[in-house]
Design a protein around this ligand. Structure first.
Ligand code: KG4
Ligand code: ZN
Length: 374
């Protein structure tokens, strides 16, 4: 890459290893005058999940995850390059997740990226994992700044105002659990499988969302912060009441609990997002809402978000699910945006367990079993 701002294309190798997915991708972007323009071209995107390694423990075990990342990253990189039909010499840089996340996994990725950068003489770009999620609408459709992004997964829950690369406003975040964690815990207490989100959604289809009215914590309070732990407790209490009264749960009871819980999560997220849209639009003129994270797969939630966006005069766009969940294409893209602006890291790049996107606001409490949320 030249010292001057590049114009033309950049081809970036991206690595992701912050939770339980080992991923590598090759993404090509167009650059003009120090800015990335248009959507990105994903030449390859390989993800090796670890669900089989963690299933017996009901959640991600950090040490097992770190070891698996260290063992699989090189395989993943080879596969991504082969699928793109390119060698390392065709890359303009290597980008890796440098945080936030489970530190052993992040370290594995950073060390692997450093080795590649050193060996192939490529610039190294450390990427904030949350920035990867936040910029996905730009990778997918060339979304212009500013816009609002809801990140909702097993590890994240925040509403972000996206103003530009490296320029974020955290409009709201969870003060305890992430919504995906709540789905997983509710599934577990109802005897459903892991991950819980798709199981709860499937059960909810046959359920009556009005039979059990679960609380919507913080929804009537000012601000856009969210809470899911009281909701989870209310579901447990309802289950216990039914079990005590009838000796167990009927199929319909379980479906109704799932439907009621899903409705509460959707109302909560969409209610807070709607408030954030109004505030952010007044300040910045933003008119677009997007989502990322595994919970964004939920159809009821998508419907509620679409309605909230329409009510505030916003467009709503959800990236394809494989780009909503953890992947390396988003890391390559976020790296390209930094690189286009002349930013790169040295060999002293460190792995960070916590790394809030909004520098003006401290990280939220609550690590969660999938690692810190900001
Ligand atoms: O983004 P993701 O794949 O991984 C991280 O958490 O980083 O998100 C996984 C989470 C899990 O908690 C899972 O239960 C939830 O997303 N999830 C869903 C659905 N599909 C996955 N939650 C609600 N409804 C779904 N259809
Ligand atoms: Zn993520």
């Amino acid at each position: 890459m030249s010292e001057n701002m590049p114009t033309g294309t950049l081809t970036i190798l991206g690595l992701e290893s912050s939770c339980d997915d080992t991923a590598a991708a090759v993404v090509r972007v167009r650059v003009d005058g120090g800015e990335v323009i248009g959507a990105g071209e994903i030449l390859s995107s390989v993800t090796l999940g670890q669900a089989d390694l963690h299933a017996a423990f009901g959640g991600v075990v950090p040490e097992i995850a770190a070891r698996a990342h260290a063992e699989r990253l090189d395989v993943c990189v080879e596969k991504a390059l082969a699928e793109a039909g390119l060698g390392l010499s065709a890359m303009d840089a290597v980008a890796c997740t440098a945080g936030p996340g489970l530190i052993g996994g992040v370290l594995s990725g950073v060390m692997c990226a450093k080795g590649i950068a050193w060996g192939a003489g490529l610039p190294l770009v450390g990427v904030n994992h949350l920035e990867g999620h936040a910029l996905t609408p730009r990778l997918v459709s060339g979304q212009g700044y500013p816009y609002v992004m809801l990140l909702a997964s097993g590890g994240h829950c925040q509403i972000l105002g996206v103003l530009g690369p490296g320029d974020y406003r955290r409009l709201g975040a969870t003060i305890d659990d992430a919504p995906g964690e709540a789905f997983d815990k509710v599934a577990k207490m109802l005897g459903l499988g892991y991950p819980g989100g798709p199981e709860v959604e499937r059960e909810a289809k046959a359920g009556d969302p009005k039979r059990f009215r679960f609380p919507r914590p913080l929804l009537d309070k000012p601000g856009c912060d969210m809470s899911f732990s009281g909701l989870k407790t209310a579901v447990r209490r309802q289950r216990d009441l039914l079990v005590e009264a009838q000796g167990g749960l009927s199929v319909q009871d379980r479906a109704d609990i799932c439907a009621g819980f899903q409705a509460a999560v959707s109302d909560l997220l969409a209610g807070k997002v709607r408030r954030a849209l109004a505030d952010f639009r007044a300040e910045t003129g933003a008119e677009a809402l997007s989502v990322a994270g595994g919970v964004a797969a939920n159809t009821a939630l998508r419907g509620a978000l679409e309605a909230a966006a329409a009510a505030e005069g916003f467009s709503f766009d959800a990236p394809p699910l494989r780009l909503c969940t953890d992947n390396a294409a988003m890391i390559a893209w976020a790296g390209a945006e930094r690189l286009a602006r002349g930013e790169a890291d040295g060999m002293d790049l460190s792995a960070r367990p916590r790394w809030p996107l909004d520098k003006a606001r401290a990280g939220m409490l609550g690590g969660g079993k999938k690692g810190p949320k900001a």
